[in-house]
Design a protein around this ligand. Structure first.
Ligand SMILES: [Zn+2]
Ligand SMILES: [Zn+2]
Length: 196
């Protein structure tokens, strides 16, 4: 059944959709090193299997020529078009995302919903004119991924430093918080996932 969905050539390290669990969906070009890292680390943070979907093209009409940024909503819409056999979808893209009213977003999630998206654009040292640092990019991506997936599981923002569910508006805030849930979020999460 799953074989029918296999595209002609899968990038190395990528598997086809698992029938359940968290599915990571790259949009456009995303470093394999980041995807593989997220797959391994997210599986330690959540009680679900994590799998990698093959890359999808950037959604048509998501680019705003005036802002030179991509609207995040079409990405979430694309995730909802995928076969509905995943528990959660996390989109990952290298392009810069925005929602109306904000200069940019690191990511967006449907609260207690099925889909979330993160952007690596502003998690890169290169964005700030500094030398690229793959490990920093992996670590920041993980924090954003855990944060947005936390939202999809129903968690709201938290004030317990350095909980991963703290709101962050700047790269410095991303770097200050950890990739872990605080005990309070952890216990809410286990209640939520028990009933899911
Ligand atoms: Zn948030
Ligand atoms: Zn917390």
């Amino acid at each position: 059944m799953e074989c029918e969905k296999v595209p002609p050539v899968l990038p190395e390290g990528m598997s086809i959709l698992a029938s359940s669990g968290i599915v990571l969906v790259p949009f456009g070009e995303v470093e394999k090193e980041v995807l593989i890292f997220l797959k391994g680390e997210l599986a330690k943070k959540f009680p679900y299997p994590v799998s990698l979907h093959f890359p999808l093209p950037l959604p048509a009409d998501s680019f705003n020529t005036r802002r030179k940024q991509y609207s995040s909503h079409p990405f979430l819409e694309e995730l909802h078009k995928l076969p509905d056999d995943a528990f959660r979808f996390l989109g990952i893209t290298g392009v810069d995302l925005y929602v109306r009213g904000l200069n940019f977003i690191f990511g967006q999630a449907e609260l207690a919903g099925k889909a979330a998206i993160i952007s690596l654009a502003r998690l890169r040292e290169g964005f700030y004119g500094r030398e690229e640092d793959l490990y920093q990019l992996q670590l920041r991506s993980l924090k954003e991924a855990v944060h947005e997936l936390g939202h999809t599981l129903g968690l709201k923002h938290c004030r317990n430093f350095p909980c991963v569910m703290m709101f962050s508006n700047t790269l410095m805030e991303v770097d200050k918080r950890s990739s872990d849930f605080c005990p309070s979020c952890e216990s809410m999460l286990s209640d939520l996932t028990d009933s899911a």
